[in-house]
Design a protein around this ligand. Structure first.
Ligand SMILES: NC(=O)C1=CN([C@@H]2O[C@H](COP(=O)(O)OP(=O)(O)OC[C@H]3O[C@@H](n4cnc5c(N)ncnc54)[C@H](O)[C@@H]3O)[C@@H](O)[C@H]2O)C=CC1
Ligand SMILES: O=C(CO)COP(=O)(O)O
Length: 343
């Protein structure tokens, strides 16, 4: 990698054959970088190579013909300079361990918005543990995969201690429909992406119950207060939550039916069980796992997170939605913008 003079010669590997991995591979290929995409399914790899589509995850969207799909991880990572990992949090460490023999000095970037059960580690922390010689970063922002492959305008945030990694990702991913901003608060950027999924489930539920725009606005704003309160307790910079990876991603996932987390909440609000809603979705909705992990951590740290508590009561403790909403509305009334008032 270090011997390459021009970033134009960089080779990129995308690990993961789902919707976001494909959307990112599509951008990188369109930018004329060599890109290999690794996935488990041979039939899916064949489909991408022969028909340039990924119908299971991105039906009806053509992918760039230069994407080379493979089920051979060694081949996918061979000679790579940058590796983008788009694997759901539940399997993230397992897959990263499989990558170990093929990773030396590469830049490895997590695109996954979740938290590891038991350890409460974020994905970039797993990367650091499992791939100690790599340079680690994350990307996060308002990035619905289906809108990206439709080339609807948006932006993301790259965060890393390494300025070189941030600049490299900006060049690999920047197009006339996708901007890439940088941030040094990797923990805050990553935490924002994981936390907002919880509130997208709540907003999906609110939409199913025909709540109005006032309700959605209140939910999103109080969600931001809760997220920031939790993040500050864990040592993140609350200002990060005012950026694209915080409020930007919160808005899109809390308002768009394209968000899988929103859709799970919507289905439960319409009377489906959580299991039914997840099965019908057939893709990952990270917020379901994140909810339980954050509820336990907030209790442990005594962080006041009434919306998390309420959603946990509905999804895990099976309390009636109407009763939980009433309790939330009649709960203690606090400051509006507390972390700014007290800092
Ligand atoms: N889809 C989106 O709009 C966005 C997704 N993300 C994040 O990207 C991450 C990945 O999500 P998506 O691609 O959307 O998920 P997805 O559900 O569309 O696809 C997941 C992919 O991971 C693969 N996978 C799961 N376990 C595996 C294992 N053990 N070994 C090999 N492959 C495995 C599946 O086969 C599938 O190809 C999630 O954490 C999500 O939060 C981030 C931004 C946008
Ligand atoms: O993170 C996302 C958009 O930025 C994708 O959200 P979902 O995982 O809810 O689809």
């Amino acid at each position: 990698m270090g011997s390459k003079q021009l970033i134009a010669e960089y080779k990129v590997a995308v690990v993961g054959g789902g919707s976001f991995g494909s959307a990112l591979a599509d951008i990188v290929a369109a930018n004329k970088f060599c890109v290999r995409q690794w996935m488990r399914s041979q039939s899916q790899a064949d489909e991408i190579n022969q028909h340039h589509t990924n119908n299971q995850y991105l039906p009806e969207y053509p992918l760039h013909p230069a994407i080379e799909a493979t089920t051979d991880l060694a081949y996918a990572l061979k000679d790579s300079d940058v590796i983008l990992v788009a694997i759901p949090s539940k399997s993230f460490r397992t897959v990263v361990r499989q990558m170990q023999p093929f990773v030396q000095q590469q830049m490895v970037v997590s695109t996954t918005k979740g938290i590891e059960a038991d350890s409460f580690k974020l994905m970039s922390q797993i990367l650091e543990e499992e791939l100690p010689t790599a340079t680690v970063g994350v990307i996060s922002g308002p990035n619905l995969a289906k809108e990206i492959v439709a080339k609807a305008l948006t932006a993301t945030v790259v965060a890393s201690d390494s300025e070189v990694l941030c600049q490299t990702l900006q060049q690999l991913l920047h197009t006339d429909y996708f901007r890439v901003y940088s941030n040094t608060d990797r923990y805050g950027v990553e935490l924002g992406g994981a936390l907002k999924n919880i509130y997208a489930i709540v907003c999906g539920m609110g939409s199913a119950l025909s709540m109005g725009a006032n309700t959605q606005s209140m939910l999103m704003t109080r969600a931001l207060a809760e997220m920031s309160r939790f993040a500050v307790t864990l040592g993140a910079n609350p200002l990060t939550f005012l950026g694209l990876a915080g409020v930007g991603d919160l808005i899109v996932t809390c308002t768009s039916p394209l968000s899988r987390n929103f859709r799970v909440g919507y289905a439960v609000g319409k009377g489906q069980s959580l299991d039914e809603a997840e099965a019908e979705l057939g893709q990952v909705a990270e917020g379901v796992n994140t909810l339980s992990l954050v509820k336990v951590k907030a209790d442990e740290l005594s962080v006041y997170m009434p919306i998390v508590q309420g959603l946990y009561a509905i999804l895990v403790e099976q309390k009636p939605i109407a009763r939980v909403i009433r309790q939330l509305m009649l709960g203690e009334q606090k400051d509006d913008v507390e972390f700014l008032l007290h800092s």
